[in-house]
Design a protein around this ligand. Structure first.
Ligand code: NAD
Length: 497
């Protein structure tokens, strides 16, 4: 079995206690990928001290040169895409076509960041006084503490790391304990691409141990967290008390609305991908299907038939549609919601059980499940399950569908299938989500657009695109008065009026 290490202060090292945890293949739990250091305060403290030295060096490196490093990372990731996808599938479970996409998102994010190194725009605006210049520009902040979830082992770390680095910050990352290998490879690639070693620190370990210490560290002014709304609340409270800059990307309960005039074949393909891709373990997964009366019965019948044919299995095997859940507690959570749904009067149309067929018995598999007769406001309809479970809600009108979509505490993604262009544009305005898709499922964000949600999905920041660069940099304003006299803003220009 392979032993993996932290990367702290420019070298690979074990936890100082020697404690480790295992990385296990969720499709086959006897397959142990390796052991990783179970870090605590000592490792985090050393990582932060090293990152402070890295920051002093990196912030003076010109942004276009920082971008060149990230471009090389993109090149290296492209060259090793297949290999990274395979190891990611082994530790995370989703099929190879999905892990290839996960790596590609990292590549896209690298090239976007590289180009941003030659932009990082500020503003030059006229001063109200003569012979005076007024401008804004962007400065790095310091050490960025990054805490990431299990479901996008490459894409989400790159969404945070690349803009943080491009802006001139140094980084301490604590990846999810279920998928520690992919980030380990990412750090190797950053070093190979020429990133000065102390600019990046990788600390493996559990959230309540290494993660919590990082979030609370007084020398880390910026935290970016992606994970559940429950963990995000803990992180948010700490950062609020400590006046840290904080980006939270959290849970979702995303709905696809299919109206009577929709292209039903298109909607069918969309909901299969949206609900059961990544085994429903996407923050943007379609977990609610809101069907208008006129198409409800035909659509559910066709969908149930397609869902029962989805092939579960090891994501590395040819033809697998749906991989395992990430771990045993994820399976138990999904099982608990079967009981919740039945108690609330919903009916299982297909699925509803652990999958134990031959070849699946050693993995965390659950049958793709459809609940029908789900009531708006019920727990099944309101709570994030994070598994292959789709709840179908029947509505009479588009307005009712919009209300059901909006009446949850989350607000990440939504989707509307209709041929009515007026209604489509009205939906963009009225659906309370950070992202709305028209005639496409709730998943499929692109790296060069801002990504994030409203309400309890986020705290107002965005990942991706141009907006994330504002989070990882501080605006500074410079005034240069070359008049040679004291000029008083708000006073001298206006005193004779
Ligand atoms: P999680 O909240 O269990 O863990 C996320 C990370 O936080 C892990 O690295 C974990 O070790 C760490 N952590 C746990 N407790 C901590 C603590 N007390 N202090 C600091 N760090 C701590 O989430 P998960 O199960 O890995 O991921 C699934 C969740 O992530 C879902 O709710 C999903 O919707 C959400 N998610 C959101 C987005 C988004 O962009 N909105 C993207 C992906 C996943």
């Amino acid at each position: 079995m392979k032993t993996f290490q932290n990367f702290i202060a420019g070298r690979w090292a074990d936890a100082c206690t020697g404690a480790t945890f295992e990385n296990i293949n969720p499709a086959d739990t006897v397959d142990v990928i390796g052991t990783f250091p179970r870090s605590g305060a000592e490792e985090v403290n050393r990582a932060v001290a090293s990152a402070a030295r890295g920051f002093a060096q990196w912030k003076r490196t010109p942004a276009p040169v920082r971008g060149d490093v990230l471009r090389r990372v993109g090149d290296l990731m492209s060259a090793r895409k297949e290999e990274i996808a395979a190891l990611m599938t082994r530790e995370m479970g989703k099929p190879l076509h999905e892990t290839r996409g996960d790596v590609q998102e990292g590549i896209d994010t690298a090239y976007y960041a590289a180009s941003e190194g030659r932009r990082l725009f500020g503003h030059t605006v006229p001063s109200e006084l003569r012979d005076k210049w007024a401008m804004s520009f962007r400065r790095p902040i310091g050490i960025a503490g990054l805490v990431t979830p299990f479901n996008f082992p490459m894409a989400i770390p790159t969404w945070k790391m690349f803009p943080a680095l491009l802006c001139g910050n140094s980084v301490v990352i604590k990846p999810a304990e279920d998928v520690p290998q992919t980030v380990t490879v990412l750090v190797e690639l950053l070093l190979e691409a020429g990133l000065p070693p102390e600019v990046i620190q990788l600390v493996h370990g559990h959230g309540e141990e290494a993660g919590a210490v990082l979030v609370q560290h007084p020398d880390v002014p910026l935290i970016s967290f992606t994970g559940s709304t429950e963990t995000g609340r803990i992180v948010g409270e700490i950062c609020g008390r400590m006046h840290k800059r904080l980006s939270l990307e959290m849970g979702g309960k995303n709905a696809m609305i299919v109206l009577n005039d929709a292209d039903l074949d298109l909607a069918l393909d969309g909901v299969l991908w949206g609900a059961f891709g990544t085994t429903g373990q996407r923050c943007t997964a379609t977990s609610r299907l809101i069907l208008q009366d006129g198409v409800h019965d035909t659509f559910v019948a066709a969908l149930a038939q397609r869902v029962s044919k989805l092939r579960l299995g090891d994501g590395r095997a040819e033809g697998t549609d749906v991989g395992p859940l990430i771990n045993e507690s994820a399976v138990e959570k999904v099982e608990r919601y079967m009981g919740v749904g039945l108690k609330e009067g919903a009916e299982v149309r297909t699925g509803g059980r652990r999958a134990t067929a031959k070849g699946l018995e050693r993995g965390h598999f659950f049958e793709p499940t459809i609940f029908v007769g789900v009531k708006a406001g019920s727990r099944l309809e309101q709570e994030e399950i994070f598994g292959p479970v789709l709840s179908v809600v029947r509505v009479r009108t588009a307005d009712e569908a919009f209300t059901v979509n909006n009446d949850v505490r989350y607000g990440l993604s939504s989707s509307l299938y209709t041929r009515d262009v007026n209604l489509a544009f009205r939906a963009l305005n009225e659906l309370d989500n950070g992202i709305t898709y028209i005639n496409a499922p709730t998943i499929g964000a692109e790296a060069h657009l801002p990504f994030g949600g409203v309400k309890q999905t986020g705290n107002g920041h965005r990942e991706g695109g141009w907006e994330v660069y504002e989070f990882y940099s501080e605006t500074k304003v410079g005034y240069v008065d070359f008049s040679g006299t004291l000029q008083r803003a708000q006073i001298d220009t206006y005193q004779h009026r």
